[in-house]
Write a protein that binds this ligand. Sequence first.
Ligand SMILES: NC(=O)c1ccc[n+]([C@@H]2O[C@H](COP(=O)([O-])OP(=O)(O)OC[C@H]3O[C@@H](n4cnc5c(N)ncnc54)[C@H](O)[C@@H]3O)[C@@H](O)[C@H]2O)c1
Length: 253
Amino acid sequence: MSSTEQRVAVVTGAARGIGAATAVRLAAEGRAVAVIDLDEAACKDTVEKITAAGGRAIAVGADVSDEAQVEAAIARVAEELGAPTILVNNAGVLRDNLLFKMSASDWDTVMNVHLRGSFLMTRAVQKHMVDAGFGRIVNLSSSSALGNRGQVNYSAAKAGLQGFTKTLAKELGKFGITANSVAPGFIATEMTKATAERVGMGFEDFKAAAATQIPVHRVGEPEDIANAIAFFTGDAAGFVSGQVLYVAGGPLN
Ligand SMILES: NC(=O)c1ccc[n+]([C@@H]2O[C@H](COP(=O)([O-])OP(=O)(O)OC[C@H]3O[C@@H](n4cnc5c(N)ncnc54)[C@H](O)[C@@H]3O)[C@@H](O)[C@H]2O)c1
């Protein structure tokens, strides 16, 4: 890569929350960013934030669990921005319930978005990374990987992503590609807001209650996670691979 060439990053689920903050942060690091989410129009805000600050970004609508849509999205990214060599598998959903009340379809939805989605995206992007002899993959795990009541599907998927990450690190390392996992604790986003609604609490009270259990005495913000992802995706992180970093305001695991 010449010094004037820009690395291209793909961030999934980047219309809002952690994905949006990550897209903005990676653009500030000088990356061109493909902002991928279910609905292309919903990516507009993130793209505008990046371009208003002088960066390069495109909005791409794709369901990460759909093989054809993923292949088409990555082909479009390669054509419009250049070959992607940074991938952040961030798209995610919750379908919480206690085991005895959980439907098979809620199990499948969570597996499909987190595990199948990360697999399809990584498989589509890795060929560009191998050709470039460089790649950075970050998979979003969660503190729930350690077990969380009401999240048997989500915790299994997030623990699965840690094994996925370690295997990617072993298979792809020889091509200059690293794979790491960032496991957030409580981050204030639409996802945790929806959880507050589900348990019948106001979001401010929910956050305040969570903060009392967190050693730094506050909940996380999307930028806290974007900062960790910026480290793992940087050129300087080439000897850090197969790791899981809990970003949770205190020790976990
Ligand atoms: N918020 C937290 O406290 C927290 C904690 C640990 C892990 N995480 C993980 O971080 C990631 C981001 O979470 P967030 O809090 O920003 O969530 P969020 O709900 O605010 O954003 C998730 C985004 O993913 C998109 N998405 C969902 N399904 C998709 C699909 N099939 N294809 C493409 N896009 C899809 C949504 O449209 C949404 O824009 C998720 O993987 C989540 O599991 C979040």
